[in-house]
Structure formats: C-alpha cells, structure tokens
Design a protein around this ligand. Structure first.
Ligand SMILES: [Zn+2]
Length: 136
C-alpha cells in the first residue's frame, strides 16, 4: 500500500467533462470518438473494467430528446412553422446535441464505474437451499 503512488483523482463529473482518466485525471480515456483506449497513457490504469454498455446512449438520447422535443412542441404551438423549419432546426439540434454530449456522458459513466468499483453482479451460491457448507 505504501508503494502505491498517490493520485489526485477527479470527481466523476470532472473526469466526464474532460474525458480523462478517472484515476490520474491526466491521461486520455478515448482512443477514437467513442472507443476507449486500452489503458491510461499516463498512469497505466487498465480500462478493461469499463463497460458502460448502452448507458451513455440511453441517457443522451433521453436527455437531448426531451429538451429538443420540448422546443419542437413549443415552436409548433406558438408559431406553427412550416415543416422545413423543423427539418433545418430540430433535426440538426437532435444530431448535434447527441454527438456533443455522448463522449462526456460515457466518460462520466466510466469514471463513476471506476470510483464506485461497479461491476456486473455475481451470485454467491451456497449450494442447495438451506445448505451452508460453513456449518459442517
Ligand atoms: Zn491515468
């Protein structure tokens, strides 16, 4: 324990906004647009633990979809614009909003997974029902 270097780890929100390593806060988290790097290029943290699955896409689609759809509905009720106005405003707003927030949200979820040591659930079986091998 004493030989481990000290890391001033960022909060999950900070790591998400900066798209950086959740342990050192300096290394890059992504190798491409959404592909995670195999490990941190600064502290060597293996990103193999990171598996946010569909979480980032779900949160981004839900959040951006609610905001943009609310704006679409408001504009439709207030001004009744022609459909081409929605095609040049609402549709690009959905695409740009999703693309702009997907990386930070994925980084935030990976940092939360690292800090909370979250992983896939496993069953700890004691064998058959009402059988505890520790009592033998
Ligand atoms: Zn790092």
């Amino acid at each position: 324990m004493a030989d481990e270097p000290f890391y001033d780890s960022p909060t999950p929100i900070e790591a998400g906004l900066r798209c950086c390593c959740p342990r050192c806060g300096e290394g890059k988290l992504f190798q491409g647009f959404l592909k995670l790097a195999p490990q941190c290029d600064r502290c060597g943290l293996d990103y193999g633990f990171a598996d946010p699955a569909d979480g980032p896409a779900f949160f981004v689609m839900s959040g951006v979809g609610i905001v943009v759809t609310a704006f679409f509905a408001y504009a439709e009720v207030m001004w009744q614009p022609p459909i081409w106005v929605h095609l040049v405003t609402t549709f690009p707003a959905l695409i740009i909003g999703c693309l702009a927030t997907l990386r930070p949200v994925k980084s935030w979820l990976v940092a939360s997974q690292y800090i909370n040591k979250a992983e896939e659930g496993r069953f700890e079986s004691l064998g058959r029902h009402d059988y505890d091998p520790r009592r033998l």
